[in-house]
Design a protein. Structure first.
Length: 505
């Protein structure tokens, strides 16, 4: 009956583990954590027994990895899962860390959490899933946890900081006067208590809020001054190339006109000498098909250079909410506050490296991505040489082709060369390399290696990052670690290797 719903007594086992199937993923992640080196996590805690005992780092790591496998990253979602998800309850032993505890754990152990990526590579390599003979890299745009409206230029930012400093000074004066009137003891700005004294709540909150806003603006200014302006550098280089194409088109048009005019002159001279001139009557020079083609190429190059010159990137601008994010062209048109996320993977679709690059163009990310790949492999104890690295047509540049990179062979697709847009001379060795049959066969595997990695990651976690600043790197590394461990667990399951850790029965 409806009146009995939820009230009928049920005999439940005293141990929550008895409710969890032996092949549940929670057991697999508990087993995986036993294979990880958690020394870096444990070293962050006091050894003298003083203070409140923390949650077991092994339990917290297992919880984060298990929740990541289910697409949970928000601390609030993980806290809720600790109550609602039986796998989480088994992992935590029916304890319930709140969202603040989970957030503090991630902040405190950010570097150690990023190091789990190299540990996942070690486990995958032991299972035969890592092959450095062939790697592929690519990038995609992922939304930052920030709004474009919070992006301002340097002059506006400095003016705001000046105003906020004056406001904080006024609020501090009012706060000191209020406290001094009550107890006679003057307090400085650094003495602001963690909780408002009785009767001083509004003044305390106003001062605390103003200090937080001022700190965010000052951090944004520091980030702006520290950035080298890579977007503007890339735009300047593109504008120089476009202007070089215009100059080359002018030269070709002049040469074409001269050649056609010479033909006309020879024909006129023969006619004046009374010699027969076969063929139709020539058209005017500007109406000749070759001249028209060269003129059209000049117009196209001129329009392209003008469009580039008219759309410089934001220079001297920064986002207050997340200074590490940038205004970039989005995947489906328009602009948004985004990160350019770069990934390098091997044929087993195991992620070798993941990073954020401050430039919307992929070109400048190639050296850093390959060096990070080498560093992660070394940290995992994988010392094989990286063989052939594959990148698409978003990465060609003279700097990339001449840089010292930790790979045996670099293959980067080149945009098609035309008479109007020939390849730079420095690109010719790469063009020759791509014509070799073995290299063409290797490059044909690029999309099958890297594209499914992005599809799987974005389908699982979405196209939005929750964290800001350096914490976004931790989030991305947990994405990659979860992806690799899922591949490892699937491989072990298919090979009938037990992946559970002390299941019931």
């Amino acid at each position: 009956m409806a009146s009995d719903r939820g009230t009928q007594p049920v005999l439940l086992p005293t141990d929550a583990r008895d409710l969890l199937a032996a092949d549940h993923a929670a057991w697999a992640y508990l087993g995986l954590v036993e294979e990880l080196d958690l020394t870096a996590f444990c070293a962050a805690y006091r050894a003298d027994g003083r203070g409140r005992p923390p949650y077991d780092p092994a339990m917290m790591v297992a919880l984060l990895l298990y929740c990541a496998s289910k697409g949970y990253y928000k601390a609030q979602e993980i806290e809720t899962a600790c109550h609602d998800d039986l796998g989480c309850r088994v992992i935590t032993g029916n304890r319930f860390p709140d969202d603040g505890t989970i957030g503090r754990f991630r902040d405190r152990h950010a570097q150690a959490l990023r190091g789990l990526l190299s540990q996942s590579l070690r486990l995958c390599d032991a299972a035969g899933l890592v092959d450095l003979a062939l790697v592929a890299g690519d990038g995609t745009k992922i939304a930052a946890n920030a709004a474009m409206a919070a992006t301002i230029d340097q002059a506006t930012l400095q003016a705001r900081i000046a105003g906020l400093r004056a406001l904080v000074a006024d609020l501090d004066t009012a706060w000191q006067s209020s406290v001094t009137a009550d107890d006679g003891d003057q307090m400085t700005l650094l003495d602001l208590p963690a909780r408002p004294p009785a009767g001083h709540g509004p003044a305390w909150r106003r001062l605390l809020r103003a200090r937080a806003v001022l700190g965010a603006h000052e951090a944004a200014l520091a980030q702006l001054l520290a950035e080298p302006g890579s977007e503007h550098t890339a735009w300047s280089q593109r504008l120089d190339r476009d202007r070089a194409r215009v100059a080359a088109a002018h030269t070709r048009l002049a040469a074409t006109r001269e050649r056609v005019q010479a033909t006309h002159t020879r024909r006129a001279q023969r006619q004046a000498a009374g010699q027969p001139v076969p063929g139709p009557r020539p058209v005017p020079v500007d109406d000749h098909c070759h001249v028209r083609q060269a003129t059209k190429a000049l117009q196209t190059a001129t329009a392209r250079a003008a469009a580039t010159a008219a759309s410089p990137p934001p220079r001297g601008k920064v986002n207050i909410t997340d200074p590490s994010s940038r205004i970039m062209p989005s995947k489906h048109g328009g602009y948004d506050q985004l990160f350019n996320v770069e990934i390098c993977a091997c044929p087993g679709q195991i992620i070798l490296a993941i990073l954020r690059h401050p430039n919307s163009a992929d070109t400048q990310a190639l050296p850093e991505l390959l060096r990070q790949t080498r560093a992660n492999a070394d940290a995992a104890g994988i010392h094989h040489q990286i063989g052939t690295a594959l990148f698409d047509a978003g990465y060609p540049s003279q700097a990339n082709f001449t840089a010292e990179l930790p790979v045996t062979t670099l293959l980067v697709a080149l945009p098609p060369a035309t008479a109007q847009h020939p390849h730079p001379e420095a690109w010719q060795p790469m063009a020759d390399r791509l014509t070799m049959p073995a290299h063409r066969a290797a490059y044909a595997r690029r999309s099958g290696i890297i594209e499914p990695v992005f599809a799987q990651l974005l389908n699982h976690f979405g196209r939005d990052l929750i964290s800001r600043g350096d914490a976004a790197d931790t989030e991305l590394h947990l994405w990659a670690t979860s992806h690799n461990l899922a591949k490892l667990l699937r491989h072990r399951t298919h090979n009938h290797r037990p992946v559970t850790a002390n299941p019931p029965g």
